[in-house]
Design a protein around this ligand. Structure first.
Ligand code: EPZ
Length: 420
């Protein structure tokens, strides 16, 4: 296993290119199961999660070719069973259920486990499939869905913690080949849902309203192959925006869609950072003003993203004054707090909120990554801390950040990846 060593205190400057979105690539790769024809997907990030998804597609019978960021997938024949040993590594494997149900009218996928950010139920996914006429059975750790035919219906994708992103994706992918019209109420409006809908429409689907809370899908007979560019990763963009804030003299991120990170830009601007953007880049720089603490609540898009909560905890841990971050999506998503406290941060959890008292400086320490975004937060804190921070279990980072340490080195960070 590798670990990352960061010698803190180096100011960052310059520019880097942001990779394609992990959370858009995963459902779009799964959607290629809906046609026998080849699909060509560009800007697929080289991550363990996207590689897991490609392994699952191959296990299901698809032919997969990869040439750097471009992946060609041809699912001429598909079997409908994704067993535990194939899907156990990644919860997002659940998004093959919808396309398998749409294509094969049945699917058996091992149930996703929970994870450190909280219980990850899929009840809304399954209710959505039942709305379309599928029978759902959960047995021996597998979920089985079966539908002699799928009929358009109204499906609600909003639970007590808001809309479900992958649930919206799954029902959309099951509905595109159903007979009649499906209306998804309470749909997730994340850019990744829009990207999937755009790809499905290129394949011949008829989807309107993606990006709003109501998506209307008119079922078609079959879908054909298509070519698509994955949108930029807005969470990687936000993570590097925080890197530019935490110790930057002016950091520019290229190949981004600034409108996808407007809630992060607003938060950083309110705290006192300069944010400048063009149609495809965003620059974060200090403006010399005293930084202000923040009160933030994570919300479904276009609100402040839960996937940026840990990174903001790292930034606000050295912002003078009292900040409060509240999780409305994953109330337990605070595994990073104990590790940040090992570096000298003053914060405690009260219910679903982190109460942060900014300190003058953090001290480098050996810390343990626990999940993808918590790991990123520890790296960001290490950039700021005095001395050396050692982040272990960096396989968490490899799930969702393409060449994170290389990109930070390009910006001037003193960071290296070594064998444990
Ligand atoms: C997606 O997960 C993202 N993953 C997550 O990013 C992200 O944190 C999450 O959306 C919220 O934005 C991918 O896109 C691969 P949800 P997803 O279903 O779809 C509850 C990262 O770091 N819920 O939108 O699995 C659920 O417990 C990852 O890149 C139900 O109650 O999340 C949560 O509280 C982490 N029943 C809320 O809804 C369900 O059937 C939102 O979850 C489904 C979800």
């Amino acid at each position: 296993m590798d670990k990352i060593l960061i010698h803190g205190g180096q100011p960052l400057s310059g520019s880097i290119k942001i990779s394609g979105s992990k959370n858009s690539a995963l459902p779009i790769l799964a959607a290629t199961l809906l046609t026998r024809e080849p699909c060509v997907i560009h800007r697929v990030p080289d991550l363990s999660d996207t590689n897991y998804m490609l392994q699952i597609l191959m296990h299901l019978g698809a032919e997969v070719e990869r040439a750097s960021g471009t992946v060609t997938i041809k699912a001429e024949k598909v079997n409908s069973v994704a067993p535990y040993e194939v899907v156990r590594k990644m919860r997002a494997s659940v998004c093959v259920l919808g396309p398998l149900l749409g294509r094969c009218k049945e699917a058996t996928v091992s149930l996703p486990g929970g994870c450190v950010i909280g219980d990850r139920p899929i009840d809304l996914h399954l209710k959505g499939f039942e709305s379309l006429g599928a029978a759902v059975r959960v047995e021996n750790g597998n979920v089985k869905v079966f539908a002699p035919k799928l009929t358009g219906a109204i499906a609600n994708m909003c639970g007590k913690f808001g809309p479900t992103v992958l649930g919206t994706d799954n029902v959309m992918m099951a509905a595109v080949l159903a007979k009649g019209v499906t209306v998804i109420e309470g749909a997730a409006a994340e850019p990744e849902v829009c990207d999937l809908a755009n790809f499905l429409n290129k394949m011949g689907a008829s989807i309107e309203g993606a990006g709003s809370r109501r998506i209307i899908i008119e079922g078609v007979k079959e879908l054909h192959g298509a070519e698509h560019d994955i949108i930029p990763d807005r969470i990687e963009t936000g993570t590097f925006m925080v890197a530019g804030a935490i110790c930057g003299k002016g950091v520019t991120l290229n190949r981004v869609q600034p409108e996808h990170v407007s809630s992060v830009a607003t938060a950083l601007s309110e705290s006192g950072f300069n944010i400048e953007s063009t149609s495809s880049s965003i620059t974060v720089s200090p403006n010399g003003a005293v930084l202000r603490p923040l009160e933030l609540t994570t919300e479904p898009y276009p609100g402040f993203p839960t996937d940026m909560q840990a990174q903001m905890c790292a930034l606000l841990s050295t912002t003078e004054g009292k900040s409060v971050i509240t999780e409305s999506v994953f109330p337990q998503r605070y595994m990073h707090v104990a590790e940040l406290k090992r570096m000298g941060a003053h914060m405690q959890i009260e219910g679903a909120s982190a109460i942060i008292q900014g300190v003058e400086r953090l001290l480098g320490a050996p810390v343990m990554a626990s999940d993808l975004r918590a790991s990123a937060a520890l790296v960001l804190a290490g950039l700021k801390a005095d001395g050396v921070t050692e982040v272990r279990r960096v396989y968490h980072i490899d799930r969702g950040y393409e060449h994170l340490d290389e990109k930070l080195r390009e910006l001037g960070a003193h960071i290296e990846r070594v064998k444990e």
